[in-house]
Design a protein around this ligand. Structure first.
Ligand SMILES: Nc1ncnc2c1ncn2[C@@H]1O[C@H](COP(=O)(O)OP(=O)(O)OP(=O)(O)O)[C@@H](O)[C@H]1O
Ligand SMILES: [Mg+2]
Length: 500
């Protein structure tokens, strides 16, 4: 039997933001429904309303035509609505086993009643649930030993303990590798066949078109369209979400490549990076291509002094330098946009302006420690415009921005800092297609100004679109150096999977 879910005229406001304006959304069990829209469009907020995270919204929610009241997470769960948030790491208890985590809510319940916990029962039930979605993780493994993808599966398993009619997945694939994504898709298909309704948020259009049956597009806190996947196209969806066609995805200027700026020779870190040598010239965009887990992030961190280097040398403009920590890296003209931006790249409690100018304080202090607030404001607003950061003002705290807009702040911070070498680690993760183009444009602009760029990514289409030269990384080593003009996705994939 199918159950129909309808949200009607949902509106919600936060200080200074009307996050949802009269939004309607509907789907049903046994359907996989995509939800898409630019960063800040209101996707997460709408799904938080559905899962009971807020009680100050207006509008109504219906199941099979019957009005229901969802004002707390418990309300939603009792109706069979479960959500998996993107921050997988924060919702599991690392020092408990998989089984204990899956059965967490039940355990507490049992304890109150019976004063003891039946471990056998917990592991049996957890194993049954894992089996039911064909996941082979042992119930007795400690959560701290799992990969991120496995943790995600544990959270999905946990949402299946109680009856689950609708499962919301908010950007589940952003941190996953290709094979982990296929595994997740298998689970999603399984659940769909068991008549669960899936709501799937992602900025990766191809995967939405692969896995979903229907798609709802949102823009600026409003509903734009709902269509069957089979009856629409990726171009049309992009046009709906941005309000315009996306012309050239990879703007790239013709740049005369200058002399050698950064040279890395025989670099080793504490285990992952082995004998890594590379160089970047002025005005050059150099790709570091590799699968998730190949060592790209470790390489970036090692160069930037964010991890321990055990051997090798780094030269800037022909001069050997020692980088013991990120502070020294910045002094030598390096800038780094890390992959784990929310953890390492920004201070979420601080304002947008403070974050944007944090890496370039020197430029904004007229005297020793007096900040020049006027120019801080001006430069911040310029960057807010350039990157299309959606925020009520430069004084808004970063924690109140949508996920993708937080990413843009982390990138903007280093674009303002005037560095010589820019290292970007997966800069487009979690940002919408329009903002991706803005980021590519700014990176091309930097190259045109003679800056040296390192661009690490597992998205080979981006590597091909934006770089001049590529180092393919496999198992912490350079597997192959290639000129971007004369290579293609197949060749990148060949070398990044260990091909010789
Ligand atoms: N708790 C909050 N306080 C203030 N503003 C908020 C809060 N939550 C969301 N907003 C604002 O509501 C708007 C919608 O945010 P939401 O997180 O729903 O966007 P999104 O579509 O999920 O974007 P993304 O693709 O970047 O994740 C944004 O402008 C955001 O800044
Ligand atoms: Mg979101």
């Amino acid at each position: 039997m199918t159950t129909r879910l309808e949200m009607k005229s949902i509106s919600i406001e936060f200080p200074g933001v009307k996050a949802l304006n009269d939004v309607s959304f509907s789907t049903e069990t046994g359907t996989t429904h995509a939800l898409i829209g630019a960063n800040g469009a209101g996707k997460s907020t709408l799904m938080k309303v559905l899962s009971g995270a807020y009680n100050h919204y207006t509008g109504d929610i219906y199941l099979d035509g019957k009005k229901v009241s969802i004002r707390s997470p418990k309300d939603a769960q009792n109706l069979g609505i479960q959500i998996v948030y993107q921050e997988v790491d924060t919702v599991l208890i690392p020092y408990l086993t998989v089984g204990e985590n899956i059965m967490l809510n039940e355990t507490v319940h049992d304890m109150g009643k019976k004063q003891f916990v039946s471990w056998k029962h917990i592991h049996e039930k957890a194993t049954n649930i894992l089996d039911s979605i064909h996941v082979t993780i042992s119930s007795k493994t400690l959560v701290s030993e799992l990969t991120l993808a496995e943790k995600q599966m544990v959270i999905i398993a946990r949402s299946l303990v109680k009856q689950c009619k609708f499962l919301i997945l908010d950007e589940p694939t952003a941190p996953l590798s290709h094979s982990e994504t296929s595994e997740l898709f298998r689970i999603v298909r399984d659940l769909k066949n068991r008549n669960v309704g899936i709501i799937f948020i992602s900025h990766r259009l191809p995967e939405l078109f692969e896995i979903c049956d229907e798609i709802t597009v949102m823009k600026n806190g409003e509903f734009v369209s709902k269509e069957k996947i089979a009856e629409t196209s990726q171009n049309r969806v992009v046009e709906y979400m941005l309000g315009e066609k996306l012309e050239e995805q990879f703007p790239k200027y013709k740049v005369d490549i200058g002399s050698n700026v950064l040279e890395v020779k025989g670099l080793y870190d504490n285990g992952m990076i082995k004998n890594f040598s590379m160089h970047v010239n002025a005005g050059e965009i150099v790709g570091i291509a590799g699968l998730v887990g190949a060592g790209k992030s470790e390489l970036c961190k090692a160069i930037f002094g964010a991890s321990k280097v055990t051997a090798g040398e780094i030269k800037i403009n022909g001069k050997k330098i020692r980088i013991k920590d990120p502070n020294q890296a910045v002094k030598h003209g390096l800038a780094f946009v890390p992959e784990e931006r929310r953890k390492e790249g920004i201070l979420v409690q601080e304002t947008v302006a403070t974050n944007l100018t944090a890496a370039s304080l020197g430029r904004f202090s007229k005297f020793m420690s007096f900040l020049d607030f006027k120019s801080e404001k001006k430069v911040s607003n310029q960057m807010i415009n350039n990157l299309g950061i959606k925020t009520p003002s430069e004084e808004t705290r970063v924690q109140n921005l949508s996920g993708g807009n937080q990413q843009k702040v982390a990138i903007g911070k280093w674009l303002i800092a005037d560095a010589q070498v820019y290292i970007f680690d997966e800069p487009t993760k979690g940002v919408d297609v329009g903002a991706k183009k803005d980021i590519f444009e700014l990176i091309s602009e930097l190259a045109k100004r003679g800056k040296s760029i390192i661009y690490a990514s597992c998205e080979f289409s981006e590597i091909l679109g934006i770089t001049d030269r590529v180092y393919v990384v496999y198992d912490g080593q350079v597997a192959k150096e290639l000129a971007t003009d004369s290579t293609n996705e197949e060749e990148l994939l060949f070398y990044s999977t260990g091909g010789k």
